[in-house]
Design a protein around this ligand. Structure first.
Ligand code: NAD
Ligand code: UDX
Length: 468
């Protein structure tokens, strides 16, 4: 197998950036260049004051250590491709918005464009690694494109190496992964390429955690892992509705079932619904794959995980309206948290967006506070979620605030949409003082001490908790 000396990563996003920065940190002998077409993003990665384009705990530290040493960010895609012996393709694969499979299938246009770029500029053999999440058998299409367009004496080996990091904990996940998965064709060349990539990870990942499998298993395992994780959340959220109707407590139920070592305690937190760029997209991708394979029962089974999530978001919004005497017209609602989970500035598919959209439709005045999300991003998300309404009109109903107290000012209700730790540490007496009465709190994240809040005077509704 070749010994990898130069790596190029195409795509400087949430995955490409942190993943390859950690590779650079742990492999000082390998030169790592992360490239992107987006000049602003690359400028941010290169910024002198380390104002990186994504917020991720621990990331700045890694970039400070490696940038300029063996880690480089550039928009010169062709040069980086040409120099590298191994190329990660880590571009976005969003759900298609139009055409065949719209609303379900993954849009593979960016993967294809990156692959064609590699084929057209490479003058030597390369190992090409799918890092993006893709439908099963995408590697085959990549190989066909590479082989049809390559120069003489250029040979391409294709690997699948899906990424399992979660946002907010990406650096820790990358430094201490549960496993690294590498899929290859089971040919001598495929196995050699697989060994070359495994040797890169072996610089810091214990050998027994580096799993090598067939290409298609690797591709499918990524969709399967996300589908199973999301399914746990939809299962616990489905149970949270039963809890609310019966007086059972979802935390107690989750704890009780999580003690079963076969079930395990993690990822059983009821919520206002899962968000993020991956779960919904990857399940819909799996649904589409199942349908394409003429497996309608399998498709329907996984689809239900997404349907349950939509139900959970809508159910929570309805609880808010019903509790506020069935109307929120003209009422101020504070929404604390806009990111799809804590410790990230990412808002993709955030449940907060659906809630706010519903509150706006009910003609409420929404006051948002999030400690990390850029204001511009909030306006972009709301404009997209509420099509046909000019942003000026949205701004008449929605304001973005600089603190939780400001968001709660004159509000009738506070809604917790993201589990930011700082919301636990708010001086809730101050919030109470500024709100209209009766003052309501809706905890969509099982974050707050409801009893403590009730002592202050709040009416508290917690997801998955019925009246005692
Ligand atoms: P992202 O949108 O943050 O980053 C993708 C980047 O690729 C963008 O900056 C874009 O400009 C760039 N790009 C697109 N086409 C390009 C091209 N032809 N040449 C150069 N640059 C190009 O996306 P992301 O969140 O990093 O996700 C990337 C992939 O990883 C997706 O397939 C996603 O499903 C998968 N994934 C994401 C996560 C996550 O937590 N975000 C986790 C695991 C896997
Ligand atoms: C997920 C997978 O965890 C990761 O392995 C994969 O690589 C990418 O997709 P991510 O979306 O970044 O990662 O975050 P994750 O921690 O999985 O949370 C996803 C959503 O589920 C968030 O909205 C989170 O708040 C929610 N969630 C998570 C719950 O509602 N309850 C839980 O118990 C866990």
């Amino acid at each position: 197998p070749v010994k990898v000396q130069k790596i190029c990563c195409i795509g400087a996003g949430y995955v490409g950036g942190p993943t390859c920065a950690v590779i650079a940190l742990n492999c000082p002998d390998i030169q790592v260049t992360i490239v992107d077409l987006n000049q602003a993003r690359i400028d941010a990665w290169n910024s002198k004051d380390f104002k990186l384009p994504i917020y991720e705990p621990g990331l700045e530290d890694v970039v400070r250590k490696a940038r300029g040493r063996n880690l480089f960010f550039s928009t010169d895609v062709d040069k980086a491709i040409n120099e590298a012996d191994l190329i990660f393709v880590s571009v976005n694969t969003p759900t298609k918005k139009s055409g065949v499979g719209a609303g379900f299938a993954a849009d593979l246009n960016y993967v294809e464009l990156a692959t064609r770029r590699i084929a057209s500029v490479a003058t030597s053999s390369k190992i090409v690694v799918e890092k993006s999440t893709v439908p099963c058998r995408t590697a085959e299409s990549m190989r066909t494109i590479l082989e049809a367009n390559s120069k003489p004496n250029c040979h391409f080996d294709i690997l699948s190496n899906p990424e399992f990091l979660a946002e907010g904990t990406a650096i820790n996940d990358l430094l201490k992964p549960d496993r690294v998965l590498i899929g290859s064709l089971q040919t001598p060349e495929g196995i050699d390429a697989c060994t070359a990539l495994a040797d890169v990870y072996a610089n810091w990942v214990p050998k027994e955690r580096i799993l090598t499998v067939g290409l298609w298993s690797s591709e499918l395992s990524k969709l399967a892992a996300n589908a199973m994780l999301a399914q746990r959340i939809s299962s616990i959220n489905a149970l949270s509705a039963i809890c609310e109707a019966t007086g059972a407590n979802i935390d107690e139920v989750a704890n009780a079932i999580g003690f079963d070592s076969r079930i395990g305690p993690k990822f059983l937190k009821a919520s206002v619904g899962f968000g993020g760029s991956c779960f919904q997209k990857d399940i819909l991708n799996l649904v589409y794959l199942s349908e394409s394979l003429h497996l309608p029962e399998v498709a329907a089974y996984w689809r239900q995980v997404v349907d349950m999530n939509e139900y959970q978001k809508r159910r929570f919004a309805k609880t808010v309206v019903d509790t506020l005497f069935k109307t929120i017209t003209g009422k101020r609602i504070a929404v604390l948290g806009f990111a799809f989970k804590a410790d990230t500035g990412d808002t993709r598919e955030s449940a907060a967006i659906t809630l706010i959209k519903d509150f706006v439709a009910e003609k409420a005045l929404v006051q948002i506070y999030d400690p990390k999300v850029e204001h511009e991003q909030i306006w972009l998300d709301l404009a997209e979620a509420i099509p046909g309404t000019p942003i000026e009109a949205i701004k008449k109903q929605v304001t973005i605030c600089a603190s939780p107290v400001e968001a709660a000012s004159k509000a009738e209700a506070v809604v917790i949409a993201t589990e930011w730790k700082e919301f636990k540490e708010i001086k809730w007496e101050d919030i109470y003082a500024t709100m209209d009465k009766p003052a309501f709190v809706f905890d969509g994240r099982l974050l707050l001490d409801a009893e403590k809040l009730r002592k202050i005077g709040f009416h508290v509704t917690t997801i998955g908790r019925g009246a005692a």
